[in-house]
Design a protein around this ligand. Structure first.
Ligand code: COA
Length: 334
């Protein structure tokens, strides 16, 4: 029996997601930069993405997703003990976006903080929350992946602006009261700080504050070496998914659904092939939303759950990858 299994079981009591109304299609991007729908679809699979309104911040998206997860879990915000928001696009550098979410929800009994692990953030939050619940520090947690990436995209850079979108996904975790509740069986996360240069937002932090002199250089926007990121993504996601599958004493054929980070269909295809999971057991929605970083796997999980792709008792594997580099996976019995 693994260390994870010897502790109190933690389950997912509800999921929720929210994407902004405004749709930005590949045809719209053709008018902004030198690109084509055909190039974007062939290289990434993305057809459109959502863009938040000017007065709609990451905390607004997060709160809407959270309310849906709480409703499904039949919980009142006042009952929530812990809020973790995973984001790289916080409303403000400080306080944490989780504090604004606490305020908007009226969840004043909760401890609230953010984590920054890029596209891996939601599963980092899941591992942290699971452990804090199983250790007895909290009896429940609201974990949220939320991003307003459109504020950090260089809309003149065709190699990155086609990839990203805005949105939020959430899950309520709590102590399981019995096997019928399901269980987060195993979680895994990793980091390789040697690769910070592959994907980052170089400006806007203490290393490179935005000044009048450099304000026009798009420094506070996403910068990426796409080909390198691609290779690492495939290797790390495969490895971490395999680890949680093995640690849960499962085999690939036991997995009803793999819900991967939604960055690129070619990355997802490569992982499905290497994991030996047929493509009809892999969930994708990046066609509609692009890469929404920490929100992506959370939105995908909620859509898979609400559309009936995940049934009670089935095993689901979540697997993600992002800047850092970071990666993470979770195996769940629903
Ligand atoms: N439209 C048309 N052409 C484009 C383009 C666009 N939007 N973006 C780049 N190109 C061009 C390049 O300029 C290059 O032209 P060149 O050969 O004349 O120099 C050519 O297309 C190939 O570019 P390249 O960057 O090598 O393409 P690629 O096949 O690696 O695809 C990505 C680019 C970004 C789609 C791909 O590398 C990728 O998805 N990487 C992973 C990114 C990711 O998932 N990041 C998030 C991780 S969390």
């Amino acid at each position: 029996m693994s260390a994870e299994h010897s502790q109190v079981s933690v389950c997912i009591a509800g999921t929720g997601s929210y994407v902004p109304e405004k749709v930005l299609t590949n045809a719209d991007l053709e008018k902004l930069v030198d690109t084509t729908d055909e190039w974007i679809v062939t290289r990434t699979g993305i057809r459109e993405r959502r863009i938040a309104a000017d007065d709609e911040f990451t905390s607004h998206l997060a709160t809407k997703a959270a309310l849906r997860a709480l409703e499904q879990a039949a919980m009142d915000p006042a009952e929530i003990e812990l809020i973790i928001v995973a984001t790289i696009t916080p409303d403000t550098l400080t306080p944490a976006t989780a504090c604004y979410v606490q305020q908007r929800l009226g969840a004043f009994g909760a401890v609230a903080f953010d984590i920054s692990a890029a596209c891996s953030g939601f599963l980092y939050a899941m591992k942290i929350a699971k452990r804090l619940i199983s250790d007895g520090a909290f009896s429940n947690a609201l974990i949220i992946g939320a991003e307003k990436l459109s504020s950090f995209v260089n809309w003149d850079d065709r190699s990155t602006c086609i990839l990203f979108g805005d949105g939020a996904g959430a899950a309520v975790l709590r102590k399981a009261s019995g096997p019928d509740d399901g269980e987060i069986l195993a979680t895994e996360m990793g980091t390789d700080g040697r690769q910070t240069h592959l994907l980052n937002i170089p400006g806007g932090g203490s290393a490179c504050p935005i000044t009048i002199e450099n304000a026009d250089k798009h420094l506070a926007t996403m910068s990426m070496l796409g080909k390198e990121v691609f290779k690492h993504a495939v290797t790390r996601m495969k490895e971490s998914a395999e680890k949680v599958i093995a640690r849960s004493n499962l085999k690939p054929e036991d997995i009803a659904l793999v819900v991967p980070h939604q960055a690129n269909l070619r990355i997802i295809d490569a992982i499905a092939e290497r994991l030996d999971v047929p493509y009809d057991r892999v969930f994708t929605n990046l066609q509609k939303y692009g890469n929404t970083s920490a929100a992506a796997v959370a939105i995908a999980l909620d859509e898979a759950h609400r559309s009936g792709r995940i049934k009670k008792g089935e095993h689901v594997v979540l697997v993600v990858f992002g800047a850092g580099l970071t990666w993470a996976a979770a195996a769940i019995r629903w």
